[in-house]
Design a protein around this ligand. Structure first.
Ligand SMILES: *Cc1c(COP(=O)(O)O)cnc(C)c1O
Length: 414
């Protein structure tokens, strides 16, 4: 860092500011986490410079000896982690992994069935503002109005009616277990592929605390930066019969040269995720989310679907006479970082939203336990109930500093 401070003080200062912000905030963004220094080191390594188009043993450039070593390590560890036959670790991001998966199996105009964005799905599952909604005919399923859980009857009837080529499972703000076995049955009944975008749940699945899609999925896509606690990036897993279609679709179909430095960091991340301590971490992520949701419910807040089976949950803030955006801004002013989120059947626009999404991966990486999580939950409720009370807000700021001060960001995860 001292080199950067001399050569580019402006960028250096911004990075230092970001480090301080991360250190001094309680980060509850469900898609964020802290990586180990080992992951950061791999990502800042000499592999940054290497062009390695192609795959191990079949490159378009000379000098790929060590690029092959890291990519093979990443692929082998990933296959072991999730028990799938083939891995592609080159996708630069979650959206690009999904793009490559669609490219491999459907043509523009073909029908895909995915989850509605405003009820938990992701932009890349058919939103009209994403390439996905523009190139393919997406049909969307959602949740039941009463239970706020996926309406599998609706999935089945939409599948029968529209005969999709792919059914996409997975979500960005759906707190409950997904019944992958049921979705497999629906996919089989209409001869569709089942693609599971596990971007949010991947870490929990690897840790054995969320339903495992591997026995049911034809294709699995994921990011690596969320619950998996790796670098920013993504991957695709699939059955052997789809391996060459997926590989061709990633490169040269959707991307050029792989980011070998990021692939090295993915290999480190998968190595960390194979250790027994990773299971304990994921178990604690889930316990912390459940403890927070239960504490808030006890304090009278409405938790969408009544609770959570994963690392995140949604709080309906309409009962507090506020919006998701106003609630997230208020919490940020005391050092608690969340995001506004639509709740099922929301009438507000997405950037405002009637809810906030809360996730526990990042605080759990800082060793917050359930007592700490309950303290954070009470703090949030107190702030949201007293938006204009300066004494409450100041007290909250002090408490946030005490909690973050007591939980340093670890350099390494064992
Ligand atoms: C985060 C996410 C993505 C996109 O990942 P990026 O790396 O931001 O492109 C895709 N699908 C789901 C379900 C996600 O939650």
């Amino acid at each position: 860092m001292s080199l950067l401070s001399q050569s580019d003080p402006e960028v250096f200062a911004a990075i230092e500011g970001e480090e301080a912000r991360q250190r001094d905030s309680i980060i509850l963004i469900a898609s964020e986490n802290y990586t180990s220094r080992a992951v950061m080191e791999a990502q800042g390594s000499a592999l940054t410079e290497k062009y390695a188009e192609g795959y191990p043993g079949r490159r378009y450039y000379a000098g790929c000896e060590f690029a092959d070593v890291v990519e093979d390590l990443a692929r082998d560890r990933l296959k072991e982690l999730f028990g799938m036959e083939h891995a592609n670790v080159q996708p630069h991001s979650g959206v690009q992994a999904n793009m490559a998966a669609y490219f491999a199996f459907v043509k523009p105009g073909d029908t895909i069935l995915g989850m509605r964005l405003d009820q938990g799905g992701h932009l890349s599952h058919g939103s009209p503002v994403s390439f996905s909604g523009q190139y393919y005919k997406f049909v969307s399923y959602g949740v039941d109005r009463e239970t706020e859980m996926i309406d599998y009857g609706e999935v089945e009837s939409l599948a029968r009616e529209h005969r999709p080529k792919i059914i996409v499972a997975g979500a960005s703000s759906y707190p409950r277990s997904i019944d992958f076995e049921n979705l497999r049955r629906v996919a089989d009944s209409v001869d569709a592929l089942l693609m599971v975008d596990m971007a949010h749940y991947a870490g929990l699945i690897a840790g054995g605390v969320y339903p495992d899609p591997a026995p049911y999925a034809d294709i699995m896509t994921s990011t690596t930066q969320k619950t998996l606690r790796g670098p920013r990036g993504a991957f695709i897993l699939c059955k052997q019969e789809y391996a060459s279609a997926i590989d061709r679709s990633v490169f040269p179909g959707a991307q050029g040269g792989p980011m070998m430095h990021t692939i090295a960091a993915k290999a480190v991340c998968f190595g960390e995720a194979l250790r027994p301590s990773f299971r304990a971490y994921q178990d604690q992520v889930l316990r912390n989310a459940r403890a927070m949701a239960a504490e808030m419910a006890e304090d009278g807040l409405r938790i969408v679907s009544g609770g959570t089976d994963c690392h995140l949950f949604l709080v309906d803030v309409t009962t507090l006479d506020t919006t998701g955006k106003a609630a997230a801004d208020l919490l940020e002013s005391v050092g608690i970082i969340t995001n506004p989120n639509a709740i099922p059947f929301d009438e507000l626009p997405p950037r405002v939203g009637s809810g906030i999404r809360i996730g526990t991966p990042a605080i759990t990486s800082r060793n917050f336990d359930e007592d700490d999580a309950r303290s954070v939950a009470r703090l949030i409720t107190r702030v949201l109930r007293n938006p204009e009370d300066e004494a409450v807000l100041e007290g909250a700021r002090v408490e946030v500093q005490a909690l973050t001060g007591a939980h340093p960001i670890p350099e390494l995860f064992d």
